[in-house]
Structures are given as C-alpha cells and as structure tokens.
Design a protein around this ligand. Structure first.
Ligand code: 13P
Ligand code: ZN
Ligand code: NA
Length: 280
C-alpha cells in the first residue's frame, strides 16, 4: 500500500538499518523499484525531483505510484525530493505525495529554518512527514559529476531540528550528487556527532558511487534513509541503449523490460546494503 514515510523511518531508526529511497523518472523505474521491494520484502521510498516533476507532473507520478503501490504487499512511500520552494511542497501535498522534502540549504541558516518550519507545519497538519537539509550536499541534482560542499554542524543541526519541527534531516558529510571523481572523503565522525545530539531520522544524499562499506558504515552511525538517483538512471539507460543496438527492435515494451530488469537488480543490491530487506 501507499503509506507515509513516518513509520518506516522510525522503524529503521529503531532497527539500526536504513530505508532505500530511489528516484524514478518514469513508469518503468517505478515498477522496477516496487518489484525489487516486493521480492526482498522491503519498505521503500520512491521520490521525484523538481526537474522530474517538470518533465512528467506531480499528478502523473502520483497516479503511477499510487496504482502500483495499491497492488504491493510492502509499504511504499511517494516523496518529494529536494522540494525547491514552499509552493512546490504544497502542490506535492495537494497531489497526494505521502512525504515531502523542503530543501532550503541554499538559503542562509535563518532563511532555511523559516521555510523548513513553514512546510513542516502544514505537512504535520496533514499527517505528512517533512525532511529538510542543513549544510550543503555537493554536486547538482541531475548532474553527473559530484563535488562535496559545506558539511553540517552538529550543534546547528540540533537547534535546526528543534526550531523547525521537521521529522527527518538530510546531513552533509562529504557526499555529493552524481558519480564521484576519485574517492569520496566522508566525515563519518561528524555523522556520529550529529546523531548524538539529533533525535530525528538522518538522511544521506548522494549515494550513487559510494562503496557498500561507506553506506553500511553511515547506516551504523545513524543514517535511516539513503538516496540513490544517478546510478538508477545510468543503469536504465545502459540497458535500453544495449537493447536498441539491435535495429530490428521498435517496440517500447522490449527495451522498457530491459530497463526494468536492470533497475530492479541494482535496487535489490542497494536495499541489501541498506539492510532494509526482510523489514516490511
Ligand atoms: P545520487 O544521484 O548521487 O545517487 O544522489 C541521490 C540524491 O541525493 C537524491 O536526492
Ligand atoms: Zn539529494
Ligand atoms: Na553520488
């Protein structure tokens, strides 16, 4: 069924594992992610960014995910990823998203608190969880090359969580969106320090390109949600491209199936690394 992210993230926090959150661009990727969750009996979050929403619209993604989630035995959450404004977060809530992120990390500290609190308040009144981000995860959404940015300060994170009332917090510890040039350097001690003073579930962005060891170590230190985007897009497109090399292929179902299989395999592998398999 389609559910909010509240219970699944709190259960993950209590159980010491993380829920995988996977960005989908189309129906095939939604099906692949839910099939992976079904096969592994895992709770799952499917998320869309502002650029994805601009491409396909909130209502269309909501309809696809709601229809697929209704058939699923595992809990499925539909989350707004990197909500870029109060307005977009409101539109997502209205469209039936069951979790939202407001990303005010480009604003100054007080500006970030202000917009995050505003979204968290409305979301809470509707029973919907709200994620915010403090510090800057590097790279750019939808970009292929990642550079780390400003890391989260533990004391600021504590105050931020208290003042905004958000229900989960994305932290910056050296990860970045997109694939990494060279080996990412993660400030894992900082993550442990944040976890000591912040009670709400912590979120790791930029997981494409991270080693299994790095993801597992971050989960052990208190990450409850891990975001994967770029590597799903890459896997989907590679499988489609290979199928289309045969010029006799003209049925979209043929290469769609190949894309689904590739994404499903990758999502299952990442779920096992997060430890959410068998947790539904
Ligand atoms: P990657 O593209 O590096 O997997 O980052 C995903 C992400 O953080 C989505 O919000
Ligand atoms: Zn992100
Ligand atoms: Na990344």
């Amino acid at each position: 069924p389609l559910v909010t992210s509240k219970e699944m993230l709190l259960k993950a926090q209590q159980g010491g594992y993380a829920v995988g959150a996977f960005n989908a661009e189309n129906m095939e990727m939604v099906k692949a992610i839910i099939q992976a969750a079904e096969e592994l009996k895992a709770p799952v979050m499917i998320q869309t960014t502002p650029s994805t929403i601009k491409y396909g619209t909130l209502e269309t993604y909501q309809a696809i995910v709601a229809a697929e989630a209704a058939k699923a035995s595992v809990p499925v959450c539909l989350h707004l990823d990197h909500g870029s404004s109060f307005d977009l977060a409101m539109k997502a809530l209205k469209a039936g998203y069951t979790s939202v992120m407001i990303d005010g990390s480009k604003l100054d500290y007080e500006g970030n608190i202000e917009v995050s609190k505003k979204v968290a308040d409305v979301a809470a009144s509707m029973g919907i969880p709200c994620e915010a981000e403090l510090g800057k995860v590097g790279g750019k959404e939808d970009d292929l090359v990642a550079v780390a940015d400003t890391n989260t300060d533990p004391q600021e994170a504590k105050e931020f969580a208290e003042r905004t009332g958000v229900t989960s917090l994305a932290v910056a510890i050296g990860t970045a969106h997109g694939f990494y040039v060279g080996t990412p350097v993660l400030d894992k001690e900082r993550l442990s320090e944040i976890r000591k003073v912040v009670d709400i579930p912590l979120v790791l962005h930029g997981a494409s390109g991270l080693s299994d060891e790095d993801v597992m170590d971050c989960v052990k230190r208190g990450i409850c949600k891990v975001n994967f985007a770029t590597e799903l897009r890459a896997a989907y497109s590679k499988a489609v491209r290979e199928t289309l090399e045969d010029e006799k292929v003209f049925d979209p179902k043929a290469y769609g199936k190949a894309g689904i299989a590739a994404v499903k395999e990758l999502v299952m592998a990442r779920m096992k690394v997060c430890g959410c398999d068998g947790k539904a």
